[in-house]
Design a binder for this molecule. Structure first.
Ligand SMILES: CC(C)(COP(=O)(O)OP(=O)(O)OC[C@H]1O[C@@H](n2cnc3c(N)ncnc32)[C@H](O)[C@@H]1OP(=O)(O)O)[C@@H](O)C(=O)NCCC(=O)NCCS
Length: 229
């Protein structure tokens, strides 16, 4: 799909991507800028977080500037509508690439909508430990929860319970926020990225992840969900 002259978002199935050793190496190189061990998020994304991989090239023939791993809608429980998953996003950090993550995610959401047609509900979810992860639920999904201050609707809480059951994600501690899962993820940001996030937060003030003590370096994550627009 052409976004602007020369800028394109391409899609491959996870199987196709797995055969493109150059693309894998480029994705790994981007991940190495942010993660202690780039293979941890990459292998997890390939094994669990994707049926498809979206990537953007800033211009024809140039190396990709960002990748997004996602699962197209699937039936995972009789108690849930179709469920899509939004996995690992990694984008080269430069002013010129601003908006890449947004374009990758919106391309996915548009393709999901085209695939299921206008009248089918699709629940989309993901997990995050970074302030960027608060953005898709607030800006790109319909009825996204938790809200910036932590609130959730009854329907969102019911969807969350079913998602946890279907994926074997342990219940939160009664004293904890229902969307928090502790000690769950294996990937870890490197020093540079941890520092980047700390500085970003200093300029913005406390976000929901900080208020709920979601500690990335302990594997804590906030579960996020909403409906595909
Ligand atoms: C997080 C990341 C994907 C953002 O990519 P990006 O292309 O810069 O994001 P975009 O420019 O599309 O920004 C979309 C929105 O996200 C928000 N955002 C972007 N980077 C952010 C950050 N570091 N912290 C908080 N919010 C951020 C902004 O609100 C922005 O909206 P705006 O353009 O209306 O201001 C990129 O910095 C990255 O690859 N980080 C390392 C890997 C990672 O943490 N991935 C996410 C967890 S899977």
């Amino acid at each position: 799909m052409t976004i602007s002259p020369g800028r394109t978002v391409e899609t491959l199935s996870t199987n196709e991507f797995g055969r493109c050793l150059t693309l894998i190496a480029e994705c790994r190189r981007l991940l190495a800028q942010f993660y202690r061990d780039p293979d941890v998020p990459l292998q997890y994304a390939l094994a669990h977080e994707s049926t498809h991989i979206y990537f953007e090239r800033p211009a024809r023939g140039e190396d990709p500037s960002g990748f997004f791993f996602a699962r197209m809608p699937e039936t995972i429980s009789a108690s849930l509508p179709l469920v899509a998953y939004m996995g690992l996003v990694v984008v080269r950090r430069s002013l010129a690439e601003k908006g890449t993550a947004r374009r990758l995610v919106t391309t996915f959401l548009r393709e999901v909508r085209e695939t299921v047609g206008p009248d089918t509900d699709v629940l989309a979810w993901y997990r995050t430990a970074t302030p960027f992860g608060l953005f898709p639920v607030q800006a790109l999904l319909r009825d996204g929860f938790p809200k910036a201050e932590g609130a959730a609707s009854e329907r969102a809480l019911a969807d969350l319970r079913e998602l946890r059951l279907a994926h074997g994600i342990p219940e939160s501690e009664p004293s904890d926020h229902p969307f928090v899962v502790r000690g769950y993820a294996a990937s870890r940001y490197n020093e540079t990225e941890s520092q980047f996030i700390a500085e970003y937060r200093q300029s913005r003030g406390q976000d929901l992840l900080q208020r709920l003590s979601v500690n990335e370096s302990h594997g804590d994550r906030l579960l996020m969900l909403g409906y595909v627009p």
